[in-house]
Design a protein around this ligand. Structure first.
Ligand code: GAR
Length: 231
């Protein structure tokens, strides 16, 4: 067993979510965590931006919030060290990046190795980095989508867990495409959090294991409500 996900946890899986903005993915996670069958609890939401709307969502859900501005720190290392201290005060089993728009230091990523998830709006390994929707349009792709993955030191490069795709339509703009991708984001992020909380998910080297079996390198491809692996 990987030391980082030791299988079923004694109590509900403790989660800390990091955000920078609107927090629509955070909302999907808050809603899922509030469900009666949920096996994870969101202990805190931390933002590097004081005006992030996600903070309002968290407060409405009765979840503790903290703002830690990167502008108050001289370099990435000292910001990330302070972030680690804030996060670890909640003793999380899992840390979820939900639109947290800061590049994290290798030290931070190693500290949470195997229990740090990110969501990236592309079918990784395509379009790491920014402006993913416009890049998919510019490339003339017929499909686009989103990936939830474990975070490693390689930006947007860690082992994929789950992907969902949407067709690219002839009249799509980056905005309309982003909206359709986000609908999928809000389905697959809670699913990945549940899998982790149930002890079914772990990072094994550069791959992801679900239910004791290695997933394809692109992760599990989500097929909607009828997805046999999803529930
Ligand atoms: C999401 O679409 C997420 O995929 C993206 O930021 C958005 C945050 O939205 N993440 C990245 O681009 C990370 N590289 P939200 O604040 O409404 O959840």
């Amino acid at each position: 067993m990987n030391e980082l996900n030791k299988g079923p946890l004694a109590g509900p899986c403790r989660v800390v979510v990091l955000i920078s903005g609107s927090g629509s993915n955070l909302q999907a996670l808050l809603d899922d965590a509030a469900g009666i069958s949920s096996e994870y609890s969101i202990e805190a939401v931390i933002s590097n931006k004081a005006d992030a709307f996600g903070l309002t969502r968290a407060r409405k859900a009765g979840v503790e919030t903290q703002v830690l501005s990167h502008r108050d720190y001289g370099d990435r290392e000292s910001f990330d060290q302070a972030l680690i201290e804030s996060i670890d005060a909640y003793q999380p089993d899992l840390v979820i990046l939900a639109g947290f728009m800061r590049i994290l230091t290798p030290g931070f990523v190693r500290h949470y190795s195997g229990r740090l998830l990110n969501i990236h709006p592309s079918l990784l390994p395509k379009y790491q980095g920014l402006h993913t929707h416009q890049r998919a349009l510019d490339a003339g792709d017929s499909e686009h989508g989103v990936t939830v993955h474990f975070v490693t030191e390689e930006l947007d490069g860690g082992p994929a867990i789950i992907q969902a795709s949407v067709p690219v339509l002839a009249d799509d703009t980056a905005e309309t495409l982003a909206q359709r991708v986000q609908v999928q984001e809000h389905k697959i992020y809670p699913l990945a959090a549940r899998w982790f909380a149930q002890g079914r998910l772990r990072m094994v080297g550069d791959r992801t294991e679900l239910n004791g079996e290695l997933l394809p390198r692109n992760g599990h491809r989500y097929h909607g409500a009828e997805d046999p692996v999803a529930e």
